[in-house]
Design a protein around this ligand. Structure first.
Ligand code: OAD
Length: 259
C-alpha cells in the first residue's frame, strides 16, 4: 500500500490540545494577527513567548490518543508512507511515527530558532532532550535550564537577535526542505489511499496534495465530524472523531492489503 495521511488540529483535539477554528479554538478567542505573524513578534515578543510557553506546557502534559496510534500503525504496515501534519505538537512522533515518514509542514513548537541567523535548538523537555543546532548535531551539554527558563524570551548565542518559536506564521513561506519532501513523495507515484483527518483544509496546498495523492483512482477518505473544503473531493466521508474512526479504518486497510 502506498499511503498519504494529512492531519490537522482535530487529530490532537482528543488529547486536550485546542483546535484553531473550532468552538473553543484559538482563533475564536484570539486574533491570529496579534499572535501568529512576524509583525506581532516584532511588536511584542514577550506576549508571543508567553503564549507559546503555555502551549508547550499543555503539549508536554498531553498524551497521544488512539488516532495518533492508529496512524503510527499504518506507517509501520504500509510499503510507502508519508504523514504530512500541520500540527506543531509532537504527538505523532510520540505515538511512534518515525521522523523520515513525517513532515511537519507548519514547523515544530519545541524548536527555538534565531529570528535572524540559522541557529536553532530543539528541546522538548528538560529531562529528555538535547540542544541541537541546525545541522542536527548535539552541541555542548544538555541544558540544565528548567522548561520555564527554556521557554522564555531569549537572545541568540551567536548573533544576539531574539530567538523565536520554530513554527510557520501567517505570511511566511513553508519550509522548502519539507515542501520538497512532500513533492518528492507525490512525484514518485499515486497513492492507493489518502486520509485527511482533523483539518478544515483552509490552505489550498492541503487540498492540492490530497487530490494529487489520490489521482489514478486512489481512495480519498475524509475523517472529520464536520464538512470542510475538502469534502466535495473525498470518495469516502467518515463523520466521526478521529480517535474513534481511525483505529477501525486502519484495521480495515491492513486487513485488506493482507488479502
Ligand atoms: P482547524 O482548527 O482549522 O480545524 C480543525 C478541524 O478538526 C475542524 O475541521 C474540526 O471539525 C475537526 N475536528 C475537531 N475535533 C475533531 C476530532 N476529534 N476528530 C477529527 N476532527 C476533528 O485546524 P487546522 O485545519 O489544523 O497554522 O488548521 C490549519 C492551520 O491553521 C494550523 O496548522 C495553524 C492554523 O492557523 C498555523 O499556525 C500556520
Amino acid at each position: 500500500m502506498r499511503v498519504l495521511v494529512l492531519t490537522g488540529a482535530g487529530v490532537s483535539a482528543e488529547s486536550g490540545i485546542p483546535t484553531f477554528r473550532g468552538k473553543d479554538g484559538y482563533w475564536r478567542n484570539f486574533d491570529p494577527a496579534k499572535l501568529a505573524t512576524p509583525e506581532a513578534f516584532a511588536r511584542d515578543p514577550q506576549l508571543i513567548w508567553d503564549w507559546y510557553r503555555e502551549r508547550r506546557e499543555r503539549i508536554r502534559n498531553a498524551r497521544p490518543n488512539a488516532a495518533h496510534e492508529a496512524i503510527a500503525r499504518l506507517a509501520q504496515h504500509s510499503k510507502d508512507f508519508l504523514l504530512v501534519t500541520q500540527n506543531v505538537d509532537d504527538l505523532h512522533a510520540r505515538a511512534g511515527v518515525p521522523a523520515q515518514k513525517m513532515v511537519q509542514i507548519h514547523g515544530n513548537i519545541f524548536v527555538t530558532r534565531c529570528s535572524r541567523c540559522d541557529w536553532r535548538a530543539e528541546r522538548r523537555d528538560a529531562k529528555t532532550s538535547n540542544i541541537r543546532d541546525h545541522t542536527g548535531l548535539v552541541r555542548g551539554r544538555p541544558s540544565t535550564a528548567t522548561n520555564e527558563e527554556h521557554d522564555r524570551l531569549s537572545t541568540c548565542p551567536h548573533c544576539t537577535a531574539l530567538m523565536r518559536p520554530g513554527v510557520v506564521w501567517f505570511g511566511e513561506q513553508l519550509p522548502w526542505n519539507e515542501l520538497e519532501r512532500v513533492e518528492n513523495f507525490l512525484d514518485s507515484g499515486a497513492c492507493d489511499v489518502v486520509i485527511v483527518a482533523g483539518t478544515t483544509a483552509t490552505f489550498g496546498y492541503i487540498i492540492d496534495w490530497a487530490i494529487r495523492g489520490s489521482r489514478d483512482a486512489g481512495e480519498l477518505i475524509e475523517v472529520n465530524p464536520e464538512e470542510t473544503q475538502l469534502t466535495r473531493f473525498a470518495t469516502r466521508l467518515v463523520r466521526k472523531p478521529a480517535a474513534t474512526a481511525l483505529p477501525q479504518i486502519v484495521e480495515d486497510l491492513i486487513n485488506r492489503s493482507a488479502l
